[in-house]
Design a protein. Structure first.
Length: 532
């Protein structure tokens, strides 16, 4: 657990907020019934929103590290509870293997490194704690399990899966302990139903008869992807895990072995049915609402999927006596799998690192243009270089910065940022200020301080001050005007096809940084640039 915490905190250091996190930061900063209880992608997000609001007030918006630390702590907690659960059934060494596989589950990199996924991880922690509490004979633990299930549901709708598991556990023991314990799962589900009636029903969803009909295939693919992940057979590409050719045959073989083991033992241990109910509830609910970006092999689904696969495996293996050689082989296999799974974890970290550069650079551009940017300005994917910033509106973002600080690069940091970030910062700046360019036929209207600009690509660029610059192209072929400010290797802004003998008027608004724009004119016979 210590090693996992060190790895995850190291990989998460320097990263910033991503995608859905911005919806919380932009739209849910102040406590109210709407901000706390409105659904997010059909999920109840009461506790994740409260955590974000508390983090903002305690630590500001400059870094996501405080939320990352809490995410990692909850992941350690889930692994610790899984260890306890498995140790009761298999002993300490197999329990250690299971917990270690979950701690270093690289294909689930979104859940391990993205604090927004605290909804799934927190729901898993309190849901698994509830299942452990139900194994006690003490009625006080039943009340604790009820409270834990309610907390799990308040983290995300994943808690419903654990409530289903609790329902099966309670009903299994109805003859010896009665049905008075039904409140354990009934009260949390009633609270969820009340939330759904008041707020949740308004959420958009993808539920359809088609999704219901194809749900068995979705569940199968989810189980295969989870098995691929826990055995380090999958690879990642952006946000999804690539499926291997081994997952499906292995799953079929394991199901056959499980059926044979159950036949030999004349049944399965009682603990299997609650976790099967939880896994089925999770995957079928996900299947009913499947859509683009919600594939069963998406990285964010794998943490929960693998947790359920491990819980099922623990119950299927319950009663098996492992010999020393088997434990040694299990330890070696676990080390190999962890080593392979660190690769997709690193790849996931690299994906977040790239998004961090673009996010911090684009937001820096908005802050630099703060004097003139329209409050409704949005970061378009073409300018921003990423589709994950569509929750950010300039006016709301600048108000949040005034209140809680900035996660963006400072101008000095932007100047030293990777080239891709500087390039897109120039594009965002040009749209946010905005730069204005107009071209008209004819020349001779330029006034002010004029300089001759060479027309070849190797010419030195001309520095532009805020204000109007007029560019007169000479006779000959068409010309191109290029601009950059923070970029060094290229000119991100280009206005081509300017007719020979035309006059182009370029207006550069004043902003918060003194760094000049650089102008390059490409024309057969050069051009005259006048700064008025």
């Amino acid at each position: 657990m210590v090693v996992a915490a060190a790895v995850l905190l190291d990989y998460g250091s320097g990263l910033t907020f991503f995608q859905d996190s911005w919806e919380f930061l932009m739209q849910r900063r102040d406590p109210s019934a709407a901000t706390l209880l409105d659904p997010h992608n059909e999920h109840i997000v009461l506790l994740p929103v409260l955590i974000t609001q508390l983090s903002l007030r305690l630590f500001g918006m400059g870094s996501m590290t405080p939320e990352l630390v809490l995410l990692v702590a909850l992941q350690l907690g889930v692994a610790g509870l899984l260890f306890v659960y498995a140790r009761r059934r298999l002993g300490p060494w197999p329990a250690l293997f299971a917990a270690t596989l979950l701690l270093f589950l690289g294909p689930a990199w979104q859940d391990l490194l993205w604090p927004f996924q605290i909804g799934f991880v927190g729901g898993s922690f309190f849901g698994l704690a509830a299942l452990l509490a139900l194994e006690s004979e003490d009625g006080r633990w039943d009340r604790a399990a009820c409270a834990l299930l309610a907390i799990s549901i308040a983290f995300s709708s994943l808690g419903i899966a654990f409530a289903a598991a609790a329902a099966v556990s309670v009903l299994q023991r109805r003859r010896e302990r009665g049905l008075r314990r039904a409140y354990v799962f009934a009260l949390p589900l009633l609270l969820y139903a009340a939330w759904y009636a008041g707020w949740g029903h308004a959420a958009e969803n993808n539920f359809s008869a088609h999704n219901v009909l194809v749900s068995p295939r979705y569940v199968w693919e989810g189980l295969v992807a989870s098995l691929d992940s826990v055995l380090a057979l999958g690879t990642i590409a952006d946000e999804v895990v690539g499926r291997s050719m081994w997952g499906a045959p292995l799953l079929i073989a394991l199901l056959a072995l499980a059926a044979y083991g159950g036949y030999r033992r004349r049944g399965f241990f009682a603990g299997l049915w609650p976790v099967l109910a939880a896994a089925a509830t999770f995957w079928f609910l996900a299947a009913f609402n499947q859509g683009p970006g919600r594939e069963p092999y998406s990285s964010r689904y794998l943490y929960v999927g693998v947790l359920f696969v491990l819980l099922i495996a623990v119950n299927l293996l319950q009663g098996v006596r492992f010999k020393r050689w088997a434990l040694v082989a299990g330890a070696a296999a676990t080390c190999v799998v962890v080593g392979f799974n660190l690769v997709p974890l690193r790849e996931g970290r690299d994906f977040f690192a790239k998004q961090t550069v673009l996010t911090r650079a684009d937001l820096a551009a908005i802050e630099i243009a703060g004097r003139t940017v329209e409050p409704s300005f949005l970061l378009s994917p073409e300018a921003a270089g990423t589709v994950f910033l569509n929750e950010i509106e300039a006016g709301e973002y600048l108000r949040a910065v005034d209140e809680y600080g900035s996660p963006a690069y400072s101008p000095a940091e932007l100047a030293a940022a990777p080239e891709e970030g500087r390039t897109h910062a120039d594009l965002v700046l040009a749209n946010a200020l905005p730069l204005e360019i107009e071209t008209a036929p004819g020349g001779g209207g330029a006034e002010g301080e004029c300089v001759k600009v060479a027309g070849d690509t190797g010419a030195a660029p001309l520095e532009l001050r805020p204000g109007v610059t007029t560019i007169e192209l000479g006779p000959g072929g068409e010309g191109t005007v290029k601009l950059r400010r923070f970029a060094r290797r290229e000119y991100p802004l280009a206005s081509g096809g300017l007719p020979a003998g035309s006059t182009t008027r370029l207006f550069v608004p004043r902003d918060r940084v003194a760094r000049p724009w650089q102008l390059l004119v490409e024309a057969d016979r050069g051009a005259l640039a006048c700064r008025g």
